[in-house]
Design a protein around this ligand. Structure first.
Ligand code: KG4
Ligand code: ZN
Length: 337
């Protein structure tokens, strides 16, 4: 949950994590997720408004995630968001979850503006997107099977690490030795910008089964796996920048919180004479601020929808209408609405 003001920036944001709820099951249980949203949403709205020092009547519009994602969870947010907007008589808009991730680096970095290439790496998506303007997104490449975060989570699970696996595996990798286990860099030996991570998981499984399964070996495998993912992502990012003729890379989504990925992309940018930008860690993983920000931009452009609760479990970002462009002074030139 977050309150964003285009004139003054982020006013407040709060997060209620369901990690503890799902940990027992080793993954997200959709029905438990949506029921927990029902319980937590209104208290979290009140808390965020209180932190912003605002009342509900001060809101000029409402944004909520309309997709892609789990339909039950989406419907709770859409239902509450729409009802709030209806009651307050303000416009509301359903935001694309991945556009939220994509715009997150801009929330606290007013200098940053398109054109840039975005690497979006979350639990459900791995995409490279050429961003020419806010709302002008060209998909350059994506995963053919598992998402990068999913690969982290599944690999962690098969070595017995707790949910959510990604951060646990990354932490373990810091104590592992580089090069003891070397896994493939999938699809880097041929041209193209698509990814494939599911084979990597199988390589790790075989290595783990054949090993002594000691704590030290587990750390070495974690390190080998992380290096393989990070190298693969870095190679594809470099190719995407070349293909798009751009020198700025932004990284967002949960895997964007990975320290080794951040470090390697920074080194690569320094070598190329380009730049790479990440949101702060809390805005890499799912958060309300990114949805409030994307929604505020779209509402300011006059984009909103009728008072109907509609969500899209699947949603192609390239079908979104354009918002406008950034002027030389870093302000948004909103399109004629
Ligand atoms: O964007 P996000 O919070 O939720 C989705 O929209 O999916 O991404 C969650 C994903 C999970 O797969 C999680 O394991 C991964 O991001 N993740 C990480 C790290 N932190 C979160 N993966 C690798 N290293 C991390 N430090
Ligand atoms: Zn996400």
């Amino acid at each position: 949950m977050a309150v964003y003001d285009l004139a003054t920036g982020l006013r407040a944001h709060a997060l209620y994590s369901q990690v503890a709820l799902h940990a027992e099951y080793g993954g997200v249980v959709p029905e438990l997720a949506s029921r927990d949203h029902v319980r937590k949403l209104l208290p979290l709205i009140r808390q965020t408004l209180a932190e912003a020092g605002l009342g509900v009547r001060d809101l000029g519009g409402v944004a909520y995630t309309a997709g892609p994602g789990l339909v039950g969870a989406l419907l709770v947010g859409a239902g509450v968001g729409r009802a709030l907007a209806w009651a307050l008589d303000v416009p509301a808009i359903g935001v694309h979850h991945m556009e939220g991730h994509l715009l997150a680096p801009l929330i606290e970095d007013p200098e940053l503006r398109p054109p840039f290439v975005a690497l979006l790496v979350s639990g459900g998506h791995s995409q490279l997107v050429a961003v020419r303007a806010i709302g002008d997104y060209e998909l350059l490449g994506e995963t053919l099977d598992d998402a990068a975060g999913e690969a982290f989570d599944k690999t962690a699970k098969l070595m017995g690490l707790p949910y959510p696996g990604g951060p646990h595996l990354a932490k373990l990798a810091t104590t592992g030795r580089a090069g003891v286990f070397r896994f493939a860099r999938p699809m880097t030996d041929r041209p193209g910008l698509d990814f494939s991570f599911s084979g990597l998981k199988t390589q790790v499984l075989l290595a783990w089964q054949r090993s002594d399964q000691s704590a030290a070996t587990r750390a070495d495998i974690a390190r080998g796996f992380e290096d393989a993912i990070v190298d693969t992502l870095a190679i594809k990012c470099e190719r995407a920048l070349d293909a798009a003729g751009m020198d700025t890379l932004i990284v967002a989504g949960g895997v964007g919180a990975n320290a080794r990925l951040r470090e390697q992309l920074q080194e690569q940018a320094a070598r190329r004479g380009g730049r790479v930008r990440f949101p702060r860690l809390a805005f890499c993983t799912d958060n309300g601020a990114m949805i409030a920000y994307a929604g505020a931009l779209r509402l300011a452009a006059g984009l909103h929808e009728d008072a109907q609760v509609q969500v899209r479990p699947r949603w192609d970002m390239a079908t979104l209408p354009a918002v406008g462009r950034m002027s030389g002074e870093g302000r948004f030139v909103i399109r004629d609405s």
